[in-house]
Design a protein around this ligand. Structure first.
Ligand code: FAD
Length: 236
């Protein structure tokens, strides 16, 4: 429940809010009396899954879950008036290429895959980005072994296009940069993650998912039984 004991709203209330937000396509879609609508909850304001937080992680999770299980009634609950209001809308905007993570780790694998997927998604949706690349620069002799170790790590992680370059090439790429050696990562880029998150939110709503803003989750309890048990069984 939200403050004041507020519970998830029923269909009529969600319909009103979707209209007020001017773009909640599909948030209360359906009607015609079918028991469970694609992505939407039932008339008692109950959902199979509620994701707390409309940051990029919550939105990506909810979007993917609905794509994999279109019959789930899904909601994202966000305490702020809009998605990506906090960290996801205020970060450095770097599409990391995956150099730094420990080889073989999930982070390393997902970062390399994720960067490629992020570029592809931005292309599909027309979200602007710049694949500007990144130079990691050694300015002292004793930094060179560390730079070479980073290069080896990046190769093990299958980061595409990595190469070590010398002082002259550094200047050609970045005239104001001075260094002895640099690791050139051409697949690093920048994007406005707020736009990416907003696009995930649209995808989710267009697939019938419900985003409830101004909805702070203040308490949770374990349900004794859930109509969605069959979905959880797939992952156990
Ligand atoms: C300074 C900085 C720079 C960064 N730069 C980069 C970068 O360049 N590239 C990169 O890939 N990553 C970067 N990151 C990391 C990245 O921003 C985060 O990993 C990502 O934004 C986390 O997303 P999130 O959805 O988990 O969190 P958030 O975006 O914070 O979303 C959480 C949401 O949950 C909501 N919420 C919280 N509690 C409740 C509640 N009780 N009820 C309802 N809603 C609730 C919040 O309002 C918020 O909207 C950076 C991080 C920082 C701090």
């Amino acid at each position: 429940p939200a403050p004041g004991g507020r519970t998830l709203p029923g269909r009529a209330e969600r319909s009103r809010r979707a209209g007020a937000a001017g773009g909640g396509a599909g948030a209360a879609a359906g009607g015609g009396g079918e028991e469970k609508r694609r992505g939407g909850g039932d008339d008692n304001g109950s959902f199979d899954v509620a994701v707390v937080g409309a940051g990029i992680v919550g939105l990506a999770t909810a979007r993917e879950l609905l794509q994999r299980h279109p019959s789930l009634a899904l909601a994202v609950l966000e305490k702020e008036p809009e998605p990506a209001h906090h960290q996801s809308g205020h970060n450095s905007g770097v599409i990391h290429s995956g150099i730094y993570y420990t080889p073989g780790s999930l982070k390393a694998r997902l970062c390399v895959q994720g960067a490629a997927l992020c570029y592809r998604y931005c292309d599909q949706k027309g979200i602007p980005y710049k694949q500007c690349g990144k130079l990691i620069v050694a300015v002292e002799q004793d930094e060179i072994p560390r730079l070479k170790a980073l290069y080896e790590r990046g190769l093990q992680n299958n980061v595409p296009g990595l190469k070590l370059i010398g002082a002259k090439e550094i200047q050609e790429k970045e005239p104001f940069c001075r260094g002895l050696m640099a690791l050139d990562s051409p697949h690093t880029g920048i994007v406005d993650y707020k736009q990416v998150a907003q696009s995930y939110a649209r995808d989710f709503q267009e697939a019938g998912g419900t985003i409830l803003t101004g909805f702070e989750v203040t308490d949770m309890e374990m349900a004794k039984e859930s109509p969605a048990q069959k979905y959880f069984a797939e992952y156990s």
